[in-house]
Design a binder for this molecule. Structure first.
Ligand code: BEZ
Ligand code: FE
Length: 280
C-alpha cells in the first residue's frame, strides 16, 4: 500500500482494509459467513443492469448513502440538513419544461399537485437560472422506468428559476413505494424483518455554476413511513408542507382533490457538478 503514488488512495484503501479486518475479528466471521458475504456481493453485481442499480440500493438500505450525503453537505453539519441521497432512479436528459407546465406526460390517475418552489443563497438572495431537475414516482408508487404503463419520462422534468428564484409546476401527489426487493437487498431486508417502504417524496437536483449542486428530496407530510424510511433519507427539514386545496384548482380539468406544495431551497457556494446517472 505504501508504494501507491496516490496519497488519497493510500489513505482510503488502508483504512478500508483495517476496518474489514477489524470487522471480521469483532464478529469472529466463520468461513460459511465469508462465502455467503462474497456471494451476496457477487449477486449485487449480477442484479445490476442499465435500468437497475443494486449497488446503490444496497448502500442506501444500510444507511451508507445518507451518511456520505450528510458528511459532504450542510457545511459539515453546521446548517440544517437540506440534502438527501440521489437514489437509483435519476435519469439524465429529462425534458426541459416551462414554469407552470406539467410533468404528467401520460395518463396518471391521482390527486393533482401544484408545486411552488424558491431557491435562494444562504443570505436569502434569490438565485436565478438554476436548473432544477425533478423526478418522482406515480400515485401507485412506480417510476416510469419501472412501469410500462407510463410514457417515457413521465413525472420527470427540468425547470429553470426565474429572476426571483422561483419554479412552479403541475404534477400528481406521489405515493410511497417499496424499493425493489427481487434481488439480494430484498433478501437482506426480509432476513432483518424490515419493511421495504420509502415515504412518498419528490426528488430535486438543483444545478447552477458557482453553487454546490443540491440533490435532495421533499417528503409528503402525512406519510406513515416518515419515521422508518428504508433508506434513511428523511430529515425534519425535508418534510414538505402539502396543503389540500379548497375550491377550484388553479388549472382547468382537475376534478377531485388537489394539493399545493410550497418549498424553499438554499444553495451554498461551491462546485457545480452532476453525479453519474445510476441508470440510463
Ligand atoms: C428513491 O428515492 O428513488 C430511492 C432511493 C433509494 C432506494 C430506492 C429508491
Ligand atoms: Fe424516490
Amino acid at each position: 500500500m505504501s508504494r501507491a503514488p496516490n496519497a488519497r488512495l493510500r489513505e482510503v484503501a488502508a483504512a478500508f482494509v483495517r476496518h474489514m479486518h477489524a470487522f471480521a475479528r469483532e464478529v469472529k466471521l466463520t468461513e460459511e459467513e465469508f462465502e455467503l458475504g462474497v456471494d451476496f456481493l457477487n449477486r449485487i453485481g449480477q442484479s445490476t443492469h442499465d435500468a437497475h442499480n443494486e449497488g446503490v440500493l444496497f448502500s442506501d438500505a444500510i444507511g451508507f448513502s445518507t451518511l456520505v450525503c450528510l458528511l459532504n453537505n450542510g457545511q459539515n453539519g453546521a446548517t440544517e440538513t437540506a440534502s438527501a441521497l440521489l437514489g437509483p432512479f435519476w435519469r439524465m436528459h429529462s425534458p426541459a419544461t416551462e414554469n407552470g407546465g406539467s410533468i404528467v406526460r401520460s395518463e396518471t390517475p391521482g390527486p393533482a399537485l401544484f408545486a411552488n418552489c424558491r431557491i435562494a443563497d444562504p443570505d436569502g438572495n434569490p438565485l436565478a437560472d438554476v436548473e432544477v431537475d425533478i423526478w418522482q414516482a406515480s400515485p401507485v408508487g412506480l417510476y416510469e422506468n419501472q412501469d410500462p404503463g407510463q410514457a417515457d419520462m413521465n413525472l420527470r422534468g427540468k425547470f429553470r428559476t426565474d429572476a426571483e428564484g422561483r419554479i412552479w409546476f403541475r404534477s400528481v401527489k406521489p405515493a410511497g413505494y417499496p424499493v425493489p426487493t427481487d434481488g439480494p437487498v430484498g433478501d437482506l431486508l426480509r432476513a432483518q424483518l424490515r419493511h421495504p417502504y420509502r415515504p412518498a417524496h419528490l426528488h430535486f437536483l438543483c444545478y447552477k455554476p458557482g453553487y454546490k449542486t443540491l440533490i435532495t428530496q421533499v417528503f409528503v407530510d402525512d406519510d406513515q413511513h416518515l419515521e422508518s424510511d428504508v433508506v434513511f433519507g428523511v430529515t425534519r427539514h425535508l418534510i414538505g408542507d402539502f396543503q389540500q386545496g379548497v375550491g377550484a384548482a388553479p388549472a382547468p380539468g382537475v376534478d377531485g382533490p388537489w394539493f399545493r406544495l410550497t418549498y424553499d431551497f438554499v444553495m451554498e457556494a461551491g462546485e457545480a457538478k452532476l453525479p453519474t446517472p445510476p441508470i440510463r
